[in-house]
Design a protein around this ligand. Structure first.
Ligand code: FAD
Length: 415
């Protein structure tokens, strides 16, 4: 057999045809050296937890379209629910630590990261930021342990990218608000104990056009509130997605989030969740890269590992390049979030870039696996399918392009 590059330059990170199949985090630029000890500890903890608890069961959940509910309490025990919030039982970790946790969870499955994003960034965050102290005391400690599960209802059947048009309506009626309308595509909806619902609060005698967007806490069991699960997804199958239906639901006045109104409210939450996605997508990309590299090193065609062909190496080198750039973007984004200098357009750039490259990497990884790539023995097709949703939710790829276009030109091109 001819002597190859791997024989001349053996390196454990490169492996070889007999390389162990265990996951190795890709860190070509030693980004690791920029993390604090605490951030590294969180990353390693969540990486090992995902390896032991998520990866062995996730294909089965994906096949059955079920969410692994038994892991919720463990996520709470690990301190991952609302982990970058302070007080009320939350871990108060840095945003970089939160990002690394998202990365490792999404290496397991985008559904796990989605659960944590929705719970922490989309449900706990608005209560923490826009709520009263009474609301914080009532919900946050139990949400941090996973005893209470939350969801976030913004999207409606006719208003996705354009949430300003939403038609869910709350009318002031003495000591309560009466809520009518419907939400769609709501992660965790059917398993949630509470929902943050964004609706237009219409003044007495007014019309929807007079209404201003406010956040309301709707609890499971409120009369007139139902959350039927949506079925038939080819993507994010190990995640619960639901409709929320409000039929004259009476919401006590102390369940309005008093400290925000207008689109600023939901957009503030989305900024946090998009931030986590920017990191999470890297986890899915790293899982696909790792699987493709191992597969390429062990799959023999034309008498040698396919990793020895220039075209395959070109694909792997491109993956390495894009993941490395994405890691540097995410790290800098996290440091800016931690020092308070971050502005929303910077999150848009990182979310759209990292999800875009992750989706492309998942597709190329599927190609490198040949026919085996469509099997659930390998994680690549599941990640590719999941990332199609991630590309669309929390602002579609093109909506982020429009956000950047507005920042560049000062002209908004949404309408
Ligand atoms: C699995 C999953 C989970 C989700 N979870 C939640 C959740 O928990 N809570 C929640 O509130 N929502 C959730 N969503 C909804 C998600 O945020 C929306 O799907 C997203 O905002 C896009 O809205 P839409 O699907 O109605 O697409 P549309 O807004 O109809 O967009 C369709 C296409 O048109 C393009 N488009 C729209 N407007 C413009 C424009 N002005 N210029 C150029 N192109 C445009 C879009 O980029 C896209 O390509 C979830 C979605 C999925 C798939």
């Amino acid at each position: 057999m001819a002597v190859g590059y791997l024989d001349v330059f053996p390196h454990p990170a490169r492996g070889g045809p007999e390389a162990p199949m265990a996951f190795e985090g890709l860190d070509f630029y030693n980004v690791d050296s920029h993390f604090t000890d605490e951030e590294r500890m969180v990353r390693d903890l969540v990486r090992n937890w995902t390896e032991d608890n998520v990866i062995p069961i996730i294909e089965e959940h994906c096949r059955n379209a079920t969410f692994p509910m038994h892991l919720v309490a463990q996520l709470g025990d690990l301190g991952l629910l609302g982990m970058n919030l302070d007080g009320y039982g939350c871990a108060g970790m840095s945003n970089v630590a939160y990002g690394l946790a998202c990365q490792e969870l999404e290496r397991g499955d985008s559904g796990m990261r989605s659960f944590v994003s929705v719970q922490g960034s989309l449900c706990m965050f608005p209560i923490w930021k826009y709520g009263t102290d009474e609301q914080r005391q009532k919900y946050l400690p139990d949400m941090a342990t996973g005893k209470l599960i939350g969801c976030f209802g913004l999207t409606e059947p006719d208003f996705g990218s354009n949430p300003g048009g939403l038609v869910t309506k709350a009318v002031d009626d003495g000591d309560s608000y009466v809520l009518n309308g419907a939400k769609m595509w709501i992660t965790n909806g059917s398993i949630a104990d509470l929902a943050i619902v964004w609706a237009k609060l219409v003044p007495p005698g007014g019309t929807l056009a007079d209404g201003r967007i406010h956040g309301f806490i709707v609890e499971k069991g409120d009369a007139g509130f139902t959350a039927p699960q949506m079925h038939g997804k080819h993507s994010l199958r190990a995640s619960v997605t639901s409709e929320l239906v409000f039929d004259d639901v009476r919401i006590p006045k102390n369940r309005l989030l008093p400290n925000v109104s207008g689109l600023r409210g939901p957009f503030g939450c989305l900024d946090n969740a998009r931030y986590g996605i920017a990191w999470g997508a890297l986890g899915a990309a790293m899982a696909c890269y790792d699987s493709a590299r191992n597969y390429a090193l062990s799959r023999i065609q034309f008498g040698k590992p396919i990793a020895g062909f220039q075209l395959v190496q070109n694909k792997l080198a491109w993956m390495l390049r894009e993941i490395t750039k994405g890691q540097l973007l995410a790290l800098h984004l996290g440091r800016m979030k931690d020092d308070g200098s971050l502005f929303p357009e910077q999150i848009s750039l990182c979310k759209m870039n990292n999800v875009d490259i992750a989706l492309q990497i998942a597709r190329v990884a599927r190609d490198i696996h040949g026919a085996n790539g469509v099997l659930d023995e390998y994680p690549v097709m599941r990640h590719a399918a999941n990332l199609e949703s991630v590309y669309t939710y929390e602002g579609t790829h093109d909506i982020h392009n429009l956000i950047l276009g507005r920042w560049i030109t000062g002209i908004q091109a949404f309408q």
